[in-house]
Design a protein around this ligand. Structure first.
Ligand code: VGL
Ligand code: ZN
Length: 210
């Protein structure tokens, strides 16, 4: 289905940071392969936003914060099950920076998330406690944005949770599949697409945007 960008659309680019790219602490396979495509997509959108995973050292989502655990294990935390990760996207480290290959100079908004030590936040809208908001929804409403086009890393975590929350908030939400790459741990990618489908998220490819 061809879709033409409008002035009430935003391209929301998720977590294109060194730690999620090959060589990073939580590298997503092929993560570097989507950057040029996203740069090209970005030129089609008047409104571009980015999210940035942004954790304090010792963050609760890090396996290193819980003795006797390993990365990719799941741990029960007060707000629900949490996959434990290698340390990543720590404040003011190189790994937390956006890739220098990202060329989206007209980006209007950067939303940081995951900055509270005891709660993770995959979603750009709210933390994993499902209560603490980032402010993104209010920003988009004040800007008159009605449709969101989401690309970036990782399909099954931050893209997924951001898309599901966007749809729940009433935005017409599209995930650009070939402009995303997944971690895929413990069946997370299949579950993510099922969750996004159930939430009414539309699964498109970059070629649909004309
Ligand atoms: C992400 C795991 C941990 C993501 C962030 O950007 O998808 N995944 N933190
Ligand atoms: Zn993270």
């Amino acid at each position: 289905m061809p879709i033409t960008p409008r002035s009430d659309d935003m391209l929301l680019v998720v977590d294109l940071q060194y730690d999620f790219l090959p060589g990073g602490q939580l590298a997503v396979a092929g993560g570097d392969q989507i950057i040029l495509l996203i740069n090209r997509l970005g030129r089609r959108f008047e409104n571009v936003g980015m999210t940035q995973d942004w954790h304090p050292a010792g963050h609760i989502s890090f396996a290193s914060s819980h003795s006797g655990t390993q990365p990719f294990e799941v741990m029960q935390l007060p707000y629900g099950p949490q996959v434990l990760w290698p340390d990543h996207c720590v404040w003011d480290t190189h790994g937390a920076q956006f890739s220098a290959d990202v060329e989206l100079p007209h980006t209007q908004l950067v939303v940081r998330k995951g900055y509270h030590e005891v709660v993770d936040s995959y979603s750009g809208f709210q933390e994993a406690d499902r209560r603490t908001k980032t402010g993104l929804e209010g920003y988009l409403r004040e800007r008159g944005i009605r449709r969101l086009f989401i690309a970036g890393l990782a399909t099954d975590f931050c893209v997924n949770w951001t898309a599901v929350d966007a749809a729940a908030a009433g935005f017409e939400t599209h995930v650009i599949e070939d402009a995303c790459r997944a971690i895929d741990t413990g069946g997370s990618l299949a579950k993510a697409w099922a969750d996004m489908h159930a939430a009414g998220v539309r699964r498109i490819v970059a070629g649909d945007i004309v």
